[in-house]
Design a protein around this ligand. Structure first.
Ligand code: TNX
Length: 533
């Protein structure tokens, strides 16, 4: 915990509110100015209401930094710092109307973005200190600096030139894998829409973009040598619209846009089920005797399969995986594995192990949905836990514990906590509710480490927030489901469990609303959050 500056330094107009950390009511207003671990401060000109809550914050001592026409941005310590300094300036110019020139090393005044290999902030952490002379963000990595900039954005007034309150923040994430997952198969979203989504992920410190690129209703990525996948397989979507797909150049553009925001793309081709679109293009992928696939524009799941008993199927998998691996700089490649209900379990397990081997042969680590735990040590060892406990297939929890015991890592995204396509409540017009209604509080109030019992410590490596798009066809639809629950899951993934609590979070979440309005984002005035007008 950071020590504060003591009572003498406390200034009027900054009211300290003790945060979460086990206190239920949002805390007691105090003007003492002492440090707390995980603090939120509201009221007064120097409002501090950060999401996700930093692991350590102290607020309330001394004067803040008044932005002015003379404010400059310094990038110090290397190219990554210069680039992040540029990001900071571009983010704050439209908000403040200031010129904010980016200059090199220049001391401690203004906004300083400082890369320091010896900072001791870890792979993604940072320190942020603000006072009358300026704001200094220090980190050992570009990712840390970038996350620090996202915090600073929330310390600057929503509009206009104001004051960054005096704070000392030392922050690093709870989990190293913080993912937003977007289904571009059920409804296709062009590159610009994906980039807008990536901006939102970056704003809340996610570091993975999982793209669900293929499903029964559409195949969305070009594969050299398999033109039918896009020529035929991409031609429709849920409801019968035109569909679409990414060329290699489109995909590279998404990867580059994400990378510039310290977000790694994890592409997924869903196999061996969820493959109707591929089967329409290449009927030979099916088994003899299977009915020929027709384009599918409904929302059912679990009916399609490629033929796992045919050697030629693995030639197809190799081509697809090879193409995607070549386009993907990140270490992971998803092969799906969910709801392959049309396959016998033994055939499914053997397929997942063989497909995982193909992914490894192309230099990537295979990722799959939780069912793939059954494929054992040869199957994918990074598993997305999506089944809600109450709907779990018999034996799955034990398989996941066994997988974790042999070293597999789990990304927690149980549908009853993390599926952002689930309706908020019975009033919600978009989305579905097969996993139950998902209120903001429900998406916030859980511990990823404790969702499954019996896991060895350290087996949960991250959290994912998927948005499935059977019912979502526009950016406004997406955002209405993402906001405010994506920030809730961001905090679940970032902030230590002991530091966070709903009573405090709902206040900080409400404070995000004017920012979303200024950004032109759609959001849901979901129950439980004290929204403004
Ligand atoms: C289950 S989650 C699915 C998806 C659906 C989603 C809808 C998972 C791995 N499979 O195919 O889109 O539910 O909520």
């Amino acid at each position: 915990m950071i020590r504060g500056r003591g009572a003498a330094a406390a200034v009027a107009g900054v009211v300290l509110v003790l945060a979460a950390a086990g206190c239920s009511g949002g805390g007691t207003p105090s003007a003492r100015g002492d440090a707390v671990s995980g603090a939120s401060v509201s009221a007064g000109a120097g409002a501090v209401a950060l999401v996700p809550l930093p692991s350590q914050v102290s607020v309330g001592g001394g004067e803040g930094y008044a932005l002015s026409a003379g404010t400059v941005v310094h990038g110090e310590g290397g190219a990554a710092a210069t680039a992040v300094a540029g990001d900071l300036a571009s983010l704050l110019r439209p908000v403040t109307g200031l010129a904010l020139p980016v200059v090199g090393t220049g001391g401690a005044s203004g906004l300083v973005v400082r890369l320091d290999a010896a900072a001791g902030t870890g792979a993604e952490g940072y320190r942020l200190v603000s006072g009358p002379d300026g704001v200094v963000i220090t980190a050992a990595t570009g990712a840390g600096l970038f996350h620090g900039v996202q915090t600073l954005r929330q310390l600057v007034p929503v509009k206009g030139v104001g004051t960054v309150p005096a704070v000392r923040i030392s922050d690093r994430p709870r989990y190293g894998y913080r993912s937003g997952s977007l289904d571009v198969a059920r409804h296709f979203f062009p590159v610009a829409d994906v980039e807008r989504y990536v901006d939102l992920l970056a704003q809340y410190k996610f570091n993975v973009l999982h793209l669900h690129l293929t499903d029964d209703q559409g195949w969305r990525i070009a594969v050299p040598g398999l033109p039918g996948l896009t020529g035929i397989g991409a031609a429709t979507q849920v409801g019968g619209g035109a569909g679409g797909y990414y060329t290699a150049a489109d995909y590279r553009a998404i990867v580059a846009y994400a990378a510039a925001r310290y977000i790694t793309v994890v592409p997924e081709v869903d196999l061996p089920g969820h493959t109707n679109a591929a089967l329409t293009a290449y009927p030979d992928l099916g088994c003899a005797g299977d009915a020929p696939a027709q384009p599918y524009t409904g929302v059912g799941v679990g009916f399609s399969r490629i033929c796992t008993g045919k050697e030629s199927t693995y030639g197809f998998v190799d081509k697809v995986v090879g193409a995607l691996a070549a386009l993907t700089p990140g270490p992971y490649l998803g092969i799906g594995g969910d709801e392959a209900d049309a396959l016998a379990p033994a055939d499914y397990d053997a397929f997942m192990a063989r497909a995982a081997a193909i992914v490894r042969a192309h230099g990537k680590q295979p990722v799959a949905w939780d069912e793939a735990a059954g494929a054992g040590k040869d199957g994918p060892q990074l598993l997305g836990v999506w089944h809600p406990l109450k709907l779990e297939p018999a034996g799955l929890a034990q398989q996941l514990v066994a997988a974790a015991q042999r070293g597999a890592k789990l990304v927690m995204e149980p549908a009853d906590r993390a599926y952002l396509d689930q309706k908020y409540d019975e009033q919600t017009s978009l989305g579905t509710s097969w996993a139950g209604y998902l209120s903001v509080q429900k998406s916030y109030d859980w511990d990823p480490d404790g969702y499954l019992t019996g896991l060895p410590a350290g087996s949960v490596t991250g959290v994912e927030a998927p948005v499935w798009t059977e019912t979502l066809s526009t950016v406004a639809n997406l955002e209405t489901m993402l906001l405010p629950r994506l920030p809730a899951l961001a905090e679940v993934a970032w902030t230590p469990q002991a530091e966070r609590g709903w009573a405090d979070f709902r206040q900080r979440l409400a404070a995000q609303q004017p920012r979303w309005q200024a950004q032109g984002l759609s959001y849901q005035r979901a129950d439980g959050v004290p929204w403004g007008s």
